[in-house]
Design a protein around this ligand. Structure first.
Ligand SMILES: C[S@@+](CC[C@H](N)C(=O)[O-])C[C@H]1O[C@@H](n2cnc3c(N)ncnc32)[C@H](O)[C@@H]1O
Length: 226
């Protein structure tokens, strides 16, 4: 039986929700073609939708059919596990990144840059700038982050560069090879520093590193129960 991506999303979310901490949140990106169905499934499963972030690409590809407006946005749903338990949000940092004004739910960030593709190409690879921002907004240092549709593991690279732990799952072995090579690449501290300085969405190239130095180290258990 062939599963559609949405059915897979539904199956993955049921098991993902069971494994989430009570104050944890989930981010799911999509386009107008699927984001409404994803939102409906999330609600049916008991998640509470917190925001729908619009990522506005500053350099979108042209629309060759010339029959529509140029697609220049992606939507990212942010939801928490339960209606009642409060979630974690680093409000202060987001405000700081936005010139000391509340961060809006429209993020103007570049589409992916060539330096992010040194280990091979994934057709829908996300830029580190988007993943880094959402990880810093919603997780504490050392937290475990899971991406069950990991592709080239941009989530994992952003997580590790920001001192978080990561587990990724993908059905394609070739994408896992790209992921592994990206992980090996950032094990070189010089490369990791360079990448932290290149990630977009910060006020200057040292801001991310300075923030990471200031973050309190939290103790989580070592075990990962799946
Ligand atoms: C949109 S891409 C993720 C791209 C990723 N964010 C990145 O930056 O590289 C979705 C991924 O989900 C994987 N996928 C689709 N259905 C799956 C399933 N049922 N189980 C595991 N992986 C799946 C695909 O192989 C694809 O790499």
């Amino acid at each position: 039986m062939e599963l559609t991506l949405l059915k897979c999303v539904r199956i993955q979310q049921i098991s993902v929700r069971d494994k989430m901490k009570d104050d944890a949140t989930i981010w799911i990106s999509g386009t107008i073609h699927n984001i409404f169905s994803v939102g409906q499934i999330l609600t049916e499963l008991g998640f509470k939708i917190l925001n729908v972030v619009t990522w506005e690409k500053t350099n979108p590809p042209p629309n060759f059919s010339c029959r529509y407006f140029t697609y220049s946005t992606e939507q990212i749903i942010w939801a928490r596990k339960s209606e009642k338990v409060p979630h974690y949000f680093n409000y202060k940092l987001m405000k700081q990144l936005n010139g000391d004004k509340q961060m809006k739910d429209v993020w103007k960030l570049n589409a992916i840059a060539p330096w992010e593709k040194t280990c091979g190409k994934h057709p829908t690879q996300k830029p580190l700038s988007v993943l880094t921002r959402l990880i810093l907004a919603s997780t504490k240092p050392n937290a475990w982050i899971l991406d069950p549709f990991t592709g080239s593991s941009t989530t994992g690279i952003a997580a590790n560069l920001a001192n978080r732990r990561f587990l990724g799952i993908d059905q394609e072995a070739d994408f896992l090879t790209i992921s592994k090579n990206r992980k090996l690449e950032i094990e070189n501290p010089k490369t990791a520093t360079t990448y932290r300085q290149k990630i977009g969405g910060f006020n200057d190239k040292k801001e991310l590193e300075l923030f990471l130095v200031e973050e309190p180290i939290l103790e989580y258990g070592n075990e990962l129960i799946l």
